[in-house]
Design a protein around this ligand. Structure first.
Ligand code: FEO
Length: 170
């Protein structure tokens, strides 16, 4: 495999683990506010991000590529109100979309059709993740600024359950 693509795939493992760390931090923030539903939502999100990291790792392994795990950055976003993590999450997902698009672009240039096919799942996933993140913001703005509305939203987010990714490798 093209060296640049292998390097980008390896870096993406770290980026996905960082995403998990960032969402854990958000979960902790909401837990401190006793918003258990929001805390649950981001705990599940963190699990999904860990799965994304493992999918990249597994894909590299299945292609005989060496995986190098690097240090994960400390989540350093400062949250001062309920809306802050929601906005940070949406910004972060757009950043991740750009990373995936960049790998896809390199694969396209190198005619690496196999990796493009692998990345297709992530392209779809990013559309869903951006849509969900935007919806969290708009729903908060519509209903969450009222105490009763915030309570209802929090109850709803309590129901989110972790499900393993639909993508299977190997
Ligand atoms: Fe792994 Fe939220 O993108």
């Amino acid at each position: 495999m093209n060296e640049t693509i292998a390097k980008l795939l390896n870096e993406q493992i770290n980026k996905e683990f960082y995403s998990a760390y960032l969402y854990l931090d958000m979960s902790n923030y909401y837990d401190e506010l006793d918003l258990d539903g929001y805390a649950n939502y981001y705990m599940v999100q963190a699990q999904e991000e860990r799965d994304h990291a493992l999918l990249f790792m597994k894909y590299m392994q299945s292609n005989g590529l060496k995986v190098t795990l690097d240090a994960i950055d400390k989540p350093d976003k400062v949250f001062t109100d309920v809306l802050d993590p929601l906005v940070a999450a949406a910004e972060h997902e757009r950043y991740v979309t750009a990373l995936i698009n960049n790998i896809y672009h390199e694969c396209y240039a190198a005619k690496d059709y196999r990796t493009m096919k692998f990345l297709d799942w992530f392209v779809d996933e990013q559309m869903e993740e951006e849509d969900n993140a935007d919806s969290m913001i708009s729903r908060y703005k519509l209903f969450g600024t009222d105490a009763k509305g915030l309570y209802m939203l929090d109850q709803e987010y309590k129901a989110r359950v972790y499900a393993p990714p639909s993508l299977v490798i190997g």
